[in-house]
Design a protein around this ligand. Structure first.
Ligand code: FAD
Ligand code: UDP
Length: 378
């Protein structure tokens, strides 16, 4: 069979590898000049620091099979994501934890005291929070919401938290102890030689041929028995029903001698600071030593044609359009839509790999009868 994979990100690499190991030959194309998609890492020419070109990527998962998979291709260094935020003239610890609460209110609460205090701040009249704002008011109250979430969210999403779903905030925990690990997951780490080196190893199989700087168009699909497509779902259909909304990011690079901010990620909660966060990339690889430092200010804005789509918006309008594209996709022959763009979902790397493994397994079980979506996007 002639198989094509569009995209050499994690979706493309993992599906390609599994199919190649099962004896298939597979061609992988990517329009970029590198593999690894959005988790691409490269050495900064000036400082030598390993940079995450499309924004900071920290690997975290509870899925032991996915952890075994990545550690089979790369050695991971222990890494805990410890994020700080500058808000209202002070630096606080995120996610909101006992240190944040005590510092913010100038108190010395123990865990149960803090829990009881926050309950007095919370709006308990909200029983079933629907919006981001309701979720925040219900669980942390107005003061913490306005300091840490409101301004940041307006900058990140370009809309009021009253218009956003509660699910976005549910990604962040509130802790009544001093645990400042951003994630709950059992397995966390950073690839020692970078994500791109890891993906290169995944792709290093005689059954796989990779063509970089190669854009795919739908007209080419007929040359293959089956196509796995990790590009944008609406792009497959030449945007014929309109564009699915995304936020894009602009990164403003600057360098510094020594240590600029003392941590990898500093968020900025105030709405009048135009960027959402600054990443100082040498702190993502604390086992390396560099005198120089390279940092990126991150600005979020609406994604226009030609911009890189980063965060799917998935509001009511987009979901309605998504449903129309899904209906078209389910009628399309010979293609399976995968990954964060192909299914128009925010997917962490571990979920992307899990779904890629499942997609390859589905293809190996059903051949070209594999459905358009192994994981439905709605
Ligand atoms: P992608 O990485 O987007 O790869 C798709 C590839 O397809 C791209 O290389 C693209 O060039 C190519 N392509 C598209 N269309 C075409 C075409 N027509 N022809 C040829 N090639 C094409 N996850 C975490 O687990 N931890 C994190 O800390 C984390 N941080 C993130 C930070 C940001 C700012 C963002 C946006 C995402 C973050 N993620 C994180 C998610 C992570 O980036 C994704 O899970 C992962 O990149 C998805 O891989 P993918 O292969 O599906 O898509
Ligand atoms: N958020 C916030 N303040 C912060 C960090 C996050 O208000 O300091 C909100 C913001 O709306 C963001 C959401 O919480 O989109 C989820 O945060 P996360 O850190 O998971 O964002 P991501 O990694 O998706 O950029």
């Amino acid at each position: 069979m002639k198989l094509l994979m569009v995209g050499a990100g994690l979706s493309g690499a993992v599906i390609g590898r599994k199919l190649a190991e099962a004896g298939h030959t597979i061609t992988i194309v990517d329009s970029r000049d590198h593999v690894a998609g959005n988790c691409h890492t490269e050495r900064d020419a000036e400082t030598g620091v390993l940079v995450h070109r499309y924004g900071p990527h920290i690997f975290h998962t509870d899925d032991a099979e996915v952890w075994d998979y990545v550690t089979g291709f790369e050695s991971f260094q222990p890494y805990k994501n410890r994020v700080k935020t500058t808000a209202q003239g002070q630096v606080f610890s995120l996610p909101i934890n006992l240190h944040t609460i005590n510092q913010f209110y100038g108190r010395t609460f123990r865990p149960e005291e803090a829990r009881a205090f926050i309950e007095t701040q919370a709006d308990t009249s909200i029983s079933d929070p629907q919006t981001f704002e309701e979720q925040a008011l219900r669980f942390v109250g107005r003061d913490l919401y306005e300091a840490f979430f409101k301004g940041y969210t307006v900058k990140q999403w370009g809309m009021q938290p009253t218009e956003l779903p509660a699910s976005i905030l549910k990604r962040l925990p509130v802790r009544f102890n001093y645990d400042d690990n951003y994630f709950f997951h059992r397995f966390q780490g950073m690839p020692e030689t970078g994500y791109t080196a890891m993906v290169e190893r995944i792709l290093d199989h005689p059954g796989i041929t990779v063509h970089l700087n190669t854009s795919f168009t739908r007209a080419e699909a007929g040359d293959y028995d089956h196509v796995f497509y990790s590009g944008p779902l609406d792009g497959w259909f030449d945007y014929e029903l309109g564009r699915l909304g995304y936020r894009t990011l602009d990164f403003e690079r600057f360098t510094h001698v020594g240590d600029y901010q003392g941590c990898a990620v500093m968020n900025y909660g105030d709405e009048n600071v135009p960027f959402t966060r600054i990443s100082e990339h040498k702190h993502f690889a604390p086992w390396e030593e560099h005198d120089g430092s390279v940092c990126y200010r991150e600005y979020s804005r609406a994604c226009e044609p030609g911009d890189i789509p980063y965060y799917p918006i998935r509001q009511v309008r987009e979901k309605a359009l998504l449903a129309e594209y899904v209906a078209l996709a389910e009628k399309a022959e010979g293609v399976t839509f995968v990954g964060r763009l192909g299914t128009y979902r925010y997917l962490d790397m571990d979920v992307t790999i899990r779904e890629a493994l499942d997609t390859a397994a589905a293809f190996l079980a059903h051949g070209t009868d594999v459905p358009a979506f192994v994981k439905p996007p709605l």
